[in-house]
Design a protein around this ligand. Structure first.
Ligand code: NAD
Length: 329
């Protein structure tokens, strides 16, 4: 593609992706499938790779999430809440592993594989063991204060089992059965249906009436520590997850720590086949470097950590419910 043509296409893609981001992240009401969004984003990334001088700091390729809604109190994330790089094939996973081995000089890397829960990323702050605040990811630096809504999640402890001060991150979600129940009620009332469990969870948590959130049985899995005081810092991600669980926080049991990328692929293959058996939706597998010192060394790009990647399940395997209409994509 000629430069002038590429420049024009980049502009079109940015305008479209910005609109889709706004619908998805701010309004919780998407108008295109995730697969379509991912296809357009991949095209933008390819063009920006060919013409790096056309990359701008406000391109959707380097921006996280969406602006916080104005009617929520804002919460600054002391450690940014970023997005994840995507892998769509085993070749992409091999490239990820090769890059990490090259940067670290190690022959083999230990990885933690986790389910990629399709919900809303949240951050929780506990002070001396007591939950004091909960926030959305927002644009990664500033989120929305949704403490009262998060407190309605029954599986989220208001008090930890030890007096630690920590910021913990996770994914709030709506189990499939609960999503179906809510949409049945909405249908009976003649109200617009939620497009999918992810939007239903986000819509429930990002509204001002905690009574509404309490009527919906939301759930949460915690998957990472932002910062922590009062306990010795773990050396591996595996130890962090064990610690969260020991503190009384809910960690997804379907996780493994493996040596090398081949075992990662086995885990991915297993869940590609079995994900429909879960009581909640997942849209992929998150693969994270286990050694926290190595993570520090690898660092971050503007949008995501270099030590993790999200393998997204192929779209044709899934069924997307968009605006109440079931579409096989
Ligand atoms: P992402 O969904 O690809 O990955 C990052 C997120 O994964 C994290 O913020 C976290 O919330 C979540 N996550 C779930 N389980 C996790 C685990 N075990 N460990 C770590 N993180 C975990 O990136 P994103 O920036 O949140 O969103 C971009 C994606 O959202 C797109 O790829 C697309 O699928 C979707 N999207 C869709 C539309 C649309 O219009 N359909 C618009 C914008 C974005």
């Amino acid at each position: 593609m000629e430069r002038a043509e590429a420049e024009q296409r980049i502009q079109t893609l940015r305008t479209e992706l910005e609109e889709y981001n706004y619908r998805y992240h701010v309004l919780d009401d998407p108008t295109v499938s995730d697969a379509e969004y991912d296809r357009l984003m991949a095209e933008l990334l390819r063009l920006e790779e060919v013409y790096p001088d056309l990359v701008t700091p406000d391109s959707p390729s380097v921006k996280v999430g969406g602006e916080p809604l104005p009617y929520f109190e804002k919460v600054e994330h002391r450690i940014p809440m970023l997005s994840l790089g995507n892998a769509f094939s085993f070749d992409d996973l091999q490239d990820f592993d090769e890059r990490i081995r090259r940067l670290s000089g190690r022959e083999s890397i230990d990885y933690v594989c986790e389910l990629k829960i399709d919900g809303l990323a949240v951050s929780l702050r506990y002070e001396d063991g007591v939950m004091v605040r909960g926030a959305t990811r927002g644009d990664g630096r500033t989120g929305e204060n949704i403490t009262q809504n998060l407190k309605t999640i029954r599986s989220l402890p208001l008090r930890l089992r030890e007096l630690v001060t920590l910021e913990v991150r996770g994914e709030a979600f709506l189990p499939k059965k609960e999503f179906e129940r809510i949409n049945r009620v909405k249908e009976e009332r003649g109200e617009a249906l939620f497009a999918n469990p992810r939007n239903a969870a986000a819509g429930s948590l990002r509204q001002l009436d905690p009574k509404l959130a309490a009527e919906r049985t939301l759930d949460i899995f915690l998957y990472g520590i932002g910062e922590m005081e009062g306990v010795q810092n773990p050396l591996t991600h595996t130890a962090s997850l064990d610690l969260l669980q020991k503190l009384g926080l809910k960690v997804n049991p379907e996780r493994v720590t493996v040596k090398g990328i081949d075992d990662v692929m086995d885990f991915v293959n297993h869940w590609r086949e079995h994900r429909m058996e879960l009581g909640y939706e997942i849209d992929g597998i998150v693969i994270k470097v286990d050694d926290l010192a190595l993570r520090e060394q690898l660092g971050f790009t503007a949008k995501s950590p270099r030590w993790a990647i999200a393998y997204k399940f192929p779209a044709e395997e899934g069924v997307t419910v968009l605006r109440g209409i079931e579409v096989t994509v």
